[in-house]
Design a protein around this ligand. Structure first.
Ligand SMILES: Nc1nc2c(ncn2[C@@H]2O[C@H](COP(=O)(O)OP(=O)(O)OP(=O)(O)O)[C@@H](O)[C@H]2O)c(=O)[nH]1
Ligand SMILES: [Mg+2]
Length: 193
């Protein structure tokens, strides 16, 4: 698929703001895992979704309109340890509401850091998606941070932890754009269905 146009559409801060028609692809994962960078690199627009080295940057739900036909939805990250153990934001309420209510969702891209074992929250997310029959693709991002020859080993570890086949996980890097075309093809196929 070719990205012809991509622009910021609107943000949601409460469920009443959610858009209820059309097609959407949403991006979930731990805070700082690289969701906004993933969106920007897929779209070839480095500054579209705000990225930051500070976890918890994306607090609202941000909608982007692509090719005037479908939307990307940048969701707040989960598992953000704000200051000390007392103040852990687990899943954001807004994100939970979104996953429960969205009618337009074609697929969720669930991002994990290729270098780390998935957390309990990641496992909970996967269970949630499976239980609610939401189609998903697991993305192991920041693949540029490890040697190419090691990618398969890391994918195998993540697959085992998440109880999925290694084939169901795609390595990605917003720096090298590894597997970008494959991901755009997945989106195109979903749209055509
Ligand atoms: N090397 C490398 N760095 C990445 C990659 N993806 C993201 N980063 C960096 O990781 C940090 C977090 O990226 P974001 O895209 O802001 O992460 P996020 O998941 O949107 O974070 P929140 O909005 O806080 O939930 C930034 O410093 C990015 O530059 C990648 O593929 N490779
Ligand atoms: Mg973000």
């Amino acid at each position: 698929m070719k990205i012809e146009s991509a622009k910021y559409l609107t943000s949601a801060v409460k469920p009443e703001d959610f858009i209820s028609d059309g097609m959407e692809f949403a991006f979930v994962g731990r805070s700082n895992v690289g969701k906004s960078s993933f969106i920007n690199s897929l779209l070839g627009k480095p500054k579209l979704a705000r990225t930051s080295s500070t976890p918890g940057r994306t607090r609202m739900i941000n909608y982007f309109l692509i090719n005037n036909t479908f939307r990307f939805v940048d969701l707040p990250g989960y598992g953000y340890h704000k200051a000390g153990k007392q103040n852990i934001l687990l899943w954001s309420t807004l994100m939970e509401n979104y996953l429960r209510e969205c009618k337009c969702l074609k697929r969720v891209f669930m991002l994990v850091d290729i270098r780390h074992k998935p957390s309990e929250l990641d496992k909970d997310m996967l269970t949630y998606l499976t239980y609610n029959a939401i189609p998903f693709t697991i993305i192991a991002t920041k693949a540029d941070k490890i040697a190419k020859s090691k990618i398969i080993n890391y994918i195998n570890i993540i697959a085992k932890e998440l109880c999925v086949m290694p084939l169901n996980i795609l390595a990605y890097s917003s720096e090298t754009l590894l597997n970008k075309d494959k991901i755009l093809d997945i989106i195109q196929t979903d749209i055509n269905m």
